[in-house]
Design a protein. Structure first.
Length: 320
């Protein structure tokens, strides 16, 4: 039988005899390469067949090699305390006479049981901690994605200047409210009289400040179930679930009074400026009296809003 085949067969037999041993066991050749490693030894960090053993340990290589040489050249067991990965293990090292097909002796390493099982426990605990960290990271990533999704959804639904709903989400809210034909729903449609002179005289920053103030006053004066939106420009609207015709009239007068209060504007820490008076033209409609769908109700409220404007303004809007 060729020498190499005899050598491989001898190593296979040795590996088979060590595989189920209750401790980590490793066989090295004279160059300190791993020739045999049982199942428990293969769990050690970085250990595999063909690896140079001193390169695996954090113990100074010369100290490891010195111990291995002692084991190879003497007939007694040599204790070796080695750092592998994050663990310290104690091995017993001794010489094995040349196997069939091998010309040189080998070194057997056997882990001390207490050290080995402590290392295994540490390894399992580290693996468990790494798993917990990965799960925690996954949870954080999932929470971040959920927050991003909520933020993007809110941005898509919201008027960026005022924080109220935008026209699209206002209509969607109306569809939901009107899906129950037995429920009464009111809508107010508002347009600001006198907004253009504010923009023309003081600039768009003053106009934006005025719109934000109007939006805040609307929100503060409505019920929590009412739904308020900026439809665009200086147009606003409100859904009022459960509102009757009398309720709509009361809400109109209350809103008109709140929105006509003076608005002050301060520029870059300078003196406060009283902005020109702005009033709201308001039209109201209710379901099912004036219609039962969103477009019909908004069109009805819009026309009544025109009628609420001063005559020159109303004529200008109709012609424009």
């Amino acid at each position: 039988m060729p020498q190499e085949l005899t050598q491989n067969l001898a190593l296979d037999v040795l590996a088979l005899s060590l595989e189920r041993a209750p401790r980590a066991m490793v066989v090295l050749d004279r160059h300190w390469q791993v020739r045999v490693a049982n199942r428990l030894a293969r769990d050690l960090p970085g250990l595999s067949l063909g690896t140079t053993f001193p390169a695996l340990v954090q113990t100074p290589p010369e100290q490891t090699v010195h111990g291995l040489k002692q084991a190879l050249t003497t007939s007694r067991n040599v204790p070796l305390r080695l750092s592998i990965g994050e663990d310290e293990l104690t091995f017993q090292a001794w010489r094995i006479d040349p196997l069939p097909g091998l010309d040189e002796p080998l070194v057997m390493l056997k882990a001390a049981p207490s050290n080995y099982f402590a290392a295994r426990l540490n390894s399992l605990e580290r693996a468990q901690e790494q798993t917990r960290q990965r799960l925690s990271q996954t949870e954080r990533e999932r929470d971040r994605l959920r927050k991003d999704a909520r933020r993007l959804s809110a941005l898509a639904m919201t008027d960026q200047l005022t924080g109220l709903l935008n026209a699209r989400s206002f209509r969607e809210a109306g569809y939901r409210l009107l899906s129950d034909p037995a429920t009464s729903v009111g809508v107010l449609f508002m347009d600001l009289n006198g907004f253009k002179p504010v923009n023309d005289r003081f600039g768009h920053h003053a106009g934006d400040h005025l719109l934000r103030t109007i939006a805040r006053r609307m929100s503060d004066s409505l019920r929590h179930q009412d739904i308020c939106a900026r439809l665009g420009g200086d147009e606003f609207a409100v859904w009022l679930p459960g509102a009757t015709t009398d309720t709509l009239e009361r809400r109109k007068h209350h809103l008109r009074a709140q929105l006509s209060r003076p608005i002050w504007w301060q520029v870059d820490g300078g003196p406060s400026i009283l902005l020109p008076r702005v009033e709201a033209a308001i039209g109201a409609a209710s379901a099912p009296v004036d219609g039962s769908d969103v477009e019909t109700l908004l069109a009805c409220a819009d026309q009544r809003m025109y009628a609420d404007k001063p005559a020159p303004d109303a004529a200008t809007r109709r012609s424009g």
